[in-house]
Ligand binder design. Sequence first.
Ligand code: GLU
Length: 300
Amino acid sequence: MQAPQQGRYCGRFAPSPTGPLHIGSLLAAVASFLDARAAGGRWLLRIEDIDPPREVPGASDAIIASLQRHGLSWDGDILWQSSRIDAYRDALATLRQRGLIFDCSCTRATLGPGGSCAGRCSPGPGDACAQRLRIVEALKDFDDRFLGPQRCQDMDDLPTSDITLWRKDGLPAYQLAVCVDDSWQGVNAVVRGSDLLSQSPVQAYLLTALGCPVPSYAHLPLILGEDGRKLSKQNGARAINDERPLANLRQVLALLGQESAEAEAATPEQLLACATERWTPALLPTGAAPLVYADASNPP
Ligand code: GLU
């Protein structure tokens, strides 16, 4: 799909403040950090706080404090998506001028299979509408830097059409915000969890529609709890314990297959410096089996 952009590597960690960091989100933060630093690149922090209904009070501060406690220092200022609404509006207007946006008044119940409306609804005056992107060409397969070639037809949860860019409740949607900001911040290498794998062809499509370069994508193996459920804030995954950053980092490095002899590291920064030198994406456990995280050593 995309050749990595030219120029210095620029990566990012982009958490939504829907809860504190858990081991799965720490894994994504550490991997994107190491990948960026090992390439001599920049690593940015963006707080994706554009969904107030899902936001948990205090989560942004907790995430930032956890990153700091774990020695994960970012370049430049934090970008808060809530400060970028005008930029999202401008991008939407550009797409609308190009005839790529349609208004959709469908409810979940009236949408067809796969959440598709395909522009068939006819909103009346005053109806609350989402603004959706018309997908006029097939989404493209792509080469994932960690997982290898990815085919859209194999992705069960691939959003097929009608990508919502502006929600009915008046809020900008994730896809629009992420693309506008990745482009504006010069992000050219995205490293994140596999739960977002099927978003990548959509984001590549949207970036191309916006006339922006497409970053390279690299997804990490999904991490499951011992109960076999995906670790997520929604599943109540436990917050990482900021009092034991070295142990958390060692655990994450082991999960990433990067185990090595940094026993002597006395601080998170030293440990991350060693891990940066030794960062070997080829060691990532990218086989079919998901990573399983045993929480025994992280008592509540
Ligand atoms: N904000 C998203 C999340 O917390 C991640 C966005 C991304 O990495 O593209 O799941």
